[in-house]
Design a protein around this ligand. Structure first.
Ligand code: ZN
Length: 496
């Protein structure tokens, strides 16, 4: 990228000299948040100039090849991008900040590092491990020695802030032993294991004698994870935290693996929230002789709402099965945008029936949770990579209010004998995001925006890589996908 003068793709379209001021400002704010990050040793010793340090992220995921097999795709991306499409009148981006990297396509803004078909590594973990060793050793050398810009221009140092991806990828790539995979699967396994077990969170001690469903107890554990050293969440440390610069604070290495709140919501608890909310709404306030006709009302109004709001409804046929069933509702779609559409639709739908909603406590609190979750999502995407603390605290509180509302609904449903609002460990992952905003807002004037760790555009990137992988010889997938990716970006970047 240096050779071809393409560095601006890591800097939101700016050249390094143009970006200097904002990079210095970014790192000064970052340093207040993470005063013990290992980067500062190099900065203080004069080995690195913050104006030449470019914040980047590693992303990984498994796409699907033509045989429906997995395809590991690793990439890196600039934290600094061209912004996001979500600008809201309630929020104004900070003028001098670093905009989010959620505009343009995945191919324009994500840089492919590695492609590997699952059949090569699924039965042999040595291959998976070797991939990460090679990729991370390369990134670590860039971080440590920098990249020569040639002439008198000096060096730039890409600094990897975090590893991001869905929870499943984080567990696999970080060798995380404490994770959702250790949480009990069904109602029969509940009980003490939920509280007293190997742990459900790589960041804190929840699930190891601490009940994550008790929000006060969980928050105390999160607080403690910043002051008391814990056993690492892995038996075998992955190369990322072994070789790259990390936060030197206690348990800072575990925090290198960052939770994606977008995925946890839109492809996780948000789906249950929508499905259970719609089933409750149709039971309590909609007219109609049977559930099918009442769901028809929802379907019709959803489509109208999408037309009014210029949203693609995506889902054409909506019936009871869309929301699982009446007794144990669950969103059956697998596109995040559908959850996001429904969340916005439900806020509008309930607003126009506020007199009926007021009569039912469960619905009243459903509206509170929905509004707060929408506020959080809109708020993070309408801001820059760093958010002023007062606003960050407000957004963190909104996310926390949603989680609390979800827990309340789960307990209300339980006491009514309903199997609504299942309690997934993803709620705890979201609780971590909310807590981190609160913690950072306490110590600094700016907080890191959790949106930078979300993977909405990365899913687009993975999808494009997977599409290419289906068009090439299955025996040469890795080589051909890399070649075609390079050909693609050459033409896209040349066009500017
Ligand atoms: Zn935790």
């Amino acid at each position: 990228m240096v050779r071809m003068n393409d560095l601006d793709h890591l800097l939101g379209g700016f050249t390094l000299p143009q970006a200097r001021g904002r990079l210095v400002d970014f790192w000064a704010k970052y340093r207040v948040l993470f005063p013990r990050h290992q980067l500062w040793e190099d900065v203080d010793a004069g080995r690195k100039d913050p104006a030449c340090c470019v914040p980047i992220l590693i992303h990984g995921d498994e796409g699907v090849t033509y045989k429906k097999n997995g395809l590991l795709v690793l990439s890196f991306q600039g934290v600094w991008g061209h912004g996001s499409s979500k600008r809201n009148v309630d929020y104004r981006a900070v003028d001098e900040g670093i905009p989010l990297n959620f505009l343009r396509t995945g191919f324009q803004t994500r840089m492919l590092i590695c492609v590997c078909p699952k059949e090569l590594y699924q039965d042999d973990p040595r291959i998976w491990n070797a991939i990460f060793e090679i990729v991370v050793a390369d990134l670590a050398a860039c971080e440590r020695d920098g990249i020569d810009l040639g002439g008198q221009q000096g060096r730039i140092f890409p600094i990897v802030l975090a590893n991001k991806g869905d929870w499943s990828y984080l567990v696999s790539s970080g060798n995380l032993e404490r994770s959702y995979r250790r949480a009990p699967k069904g109602a029969g396994d509940q009980g003490d294991f939920q509280v007293q077990g190997p742990g459900i969170c790589h960041l804190c001690a929840c699930g190891q004698g601490i009940d994550w469903e008790n929000m006060a107890e969980a928050e105390a554990a999160m607080e403690e994870s910043h002051t008391v050293a814990m056993a690492p969440p892995w038996e075998r440390e992955c190369p990322m935290t072994r070789l790259l610069l990390v936060d030197g604070e206690v348990n800072g290495k575990a925090r290198f693996h960052q939770v994606d709140c977008w995925h946890s919501i839109h492809l996780g608890v948000g789906k249950s929230w929508v499905a259970c909310g719609i089933m409750t709404l149709q039971q309590l306030i909609l007219d109609g002789t049977n559930v099918d006709s009442r769901i028809e009302v929802i379907a019709r109004e959803y489509k109208e709402f999408c037309r009014r709001s210029r949203l693609d409804p995506i889902i054409r046929k909506i019936d009871v099965r869309t929301f699982g069933c009446t007794t144990s509702p669950e969103g059956t779609w697998n596109k995040a945008a559908i959850t996001s559409n429904f969340m916005m639709f439900l806020e509008d739908f309930c607003e126009r029936r506020s007199d009926l909603i007021e009569q039912h406590e469960r619905l009243r609190l459903f509206v509170v949770g929905t509004k707060h979750l929408n506020k959080f999502m809109r708020g993070i995407y309408a801001n820059d990579a760093l958010i002023p603390s007062a606003l960050a605290l407000e957004l963190g509180n909104s996310l926390r209010t949603f989680i609390k509302a979800y827990m309340w609904q789960a307990h209300a449903a339980y006491s009514l004998g309903l199997s609504f609002y299942p309690l997934y460990p993803k709620l705890h992952a979201l609780h971590e995001v909310a807590f981190e905003l609160k913690r950072q807002s306490r110590i600094a004037a700016y907080c890191t925006n959790p949106a930078i760790f979300t993977c909405s555009l990365d899913e687009d990137f993975i999808g494009r890589c997977a599409t290419v992988s289906r068009q090439v010889s299955p025996r040469l997938i890795a080589l051909r996908v890399l070649q075609r990716y390079l050909a693609h970006i050459q033409s896209i970047w040349a066009r500017g």
